[in-house]
Design a protein around this ligand. Structure first.
Ligand code: IPM
Ligand code: MN
Length: 371
């Protein structure tokens, strides 16, 4: 197959982790006879520095004309503590999500037996944790009217949802639940918010069409607690934009590191794939960031492009590195491997170059051919 992919390296560690995904895609091309054509585009602080615009029109144009978008990370500390900044890197990502109508952000939460010691939870709470968050991505408080009074002492952000916005993501979440353990939990704040009461009403009505799916409803404050107390109870979690942002970062610590988690943002047209972590500026350029979140996002992209076998091969490569303790500094701060080495190992795995025992001495020397 031939596919056109827009690559947005973005800010901080975005470029270095995304480059590992490209290495893995090179191996997929070679091994399975596909062709991936890449168009590199700007977004975020990088785009502001170069063009004055956090998401230039050419970026949106390229994404709309591609089969998929692979994205690194966004954000720069120079904007974080400056509430007066007129352009902000994050606006670029929000604009892109809206332009591509990426209304559903899908974040799977898995655990790895070899990393259980890193989880803040005890092993008995961790066994069998496997759930997936469907976060609404183009509505709610993120996109409502924002106001600041003239004297700058009063501010507001409107939170708006329509039935149609809720229905389209809820259909995806229900269908996904049907393929899994057939449970859906709607996370909201229906005891306080009118928008949450709308979510609850719409989902209750839709539940009748999906009678094989057990639905339960949980207030977001309780959900934040339940994710830590008893994460095994969740299968598919459906929630609005802001709650989804918060609980997915929380849920990521179950896996052992935020750096491991991938996401897919899907909607009406081209889908976008990105790790859930931020730009981690302290690590930028040091070759220490974890590329697994990006590489697993790439596996989600391959699934989306109809390359299920290839996606599975990439996931096996990731599992193989984790099982053999080929991990980055966030996971093992003493015996760690470089970002680029992990990328090479997973690419070599996909190229079937890893056939037996691996000589770890060679890998520490950062040789790419490791047998
Ligand atoms: C995420 C990020 C973004 C969000 C930021 C960078 C705007 O935290 O993708 O979760 O809040 O959606
Ligand atoms: Mn977030």
């Amino acid at each position: 197959m031939e596919k056109n992919i827009t690559v947005i390296l973005g800010d901080g560690i975005g470029p270095e982790v995304t480059r590992q995904s490209i290495k893995v895609l090179d191996a997929v091309e070679y091994q399975y006879g596909h062709t991936f054509n890449y168009t590199y585009c700007l977004m975020g602080a990088d785009a502001i520095d170069k063009t004055g615009n956090a998401c230039p029109d050419e970026t949106i144009e390229s994404c709309l004309n591609s089969d998929a978008v692979l994205f690194g990370a966004i954000g720069h500390p120079k904007y974080d503590n400056d509430p007066t900044a007129k352009v902000r890197p994050e606006q670029g990502l929000l604009k892109l999500r809206k332009s591509l109508q990426l209304f559903a952000n899908i974040r799977p939460i898995n655990t790895y037996p070899s990393l259980q010691h890193l989880s803040p939870l005890k092993a008995k709470q961790m066994d069998g944790v496997d759930f997936i968050i469907f976060r609404e991505l183009t509505g709610g408080i993120y996109f409502g009217k924002k106001e600041l009074s003239e004297d700058k002492n009063t501010a507001s952000d409107d939170c708006i949802y329509t039935r149609a916005e809720i229905e389209r993501i809820a259909h995806l979440a229900f269908k996904h639940a049907q393929q899994r353990r057939k449970k859906l939990t709607l996370v909201d704040k229906a005891n306080v918010l009118e928008t949450s009461r709308l979510w609850r009403r719409v989902v209750q009505e839709m539940a009748l069409q999906y009678s094989d799916v057990a639905v339960d409803y949980m207030f977001v404050d309780n959900a934040a607690m339940q994710i830590i107390l008893n994460p095994k109870q969740f299968d598919v979690v459906l929630t609005e934009n802001m709650f989804g942002d918060i609980i997915s970062d929380e849920a990521s610590v179950l896996s052992g590191s935020l750096g491991l988690l991938p996401s897919a943002s899907v909607g009406i047209g081209t889908a976008l794939f990105e790790p859930i972590h931020g730009s981690y500026p302290q690590a930028a350029g040091k070759d220490i960031a974890n590329p697994v979140g990006s590489i697993l996002s790439t596996a989600m992209m391959l699934d989306y492009l109809g390359m299920a076998k290839e996606a599975e091969h990439v996931r096996q490569g990731v599992n193989w590195t984790l099982q053999n303790n080929f991990v980055t500094k966030d996971i093992d701060s003493i015996n760690f491997y470089f970002t680029s080495t992990i990328g090479e190992l997973i690419a070599d795995f996909v190229s079937n170059k890893i056939t037996g025992e691996v000589n770890k001495g060679n890998i520490e020397m950062r040789k790419s051919t490791i047998i």
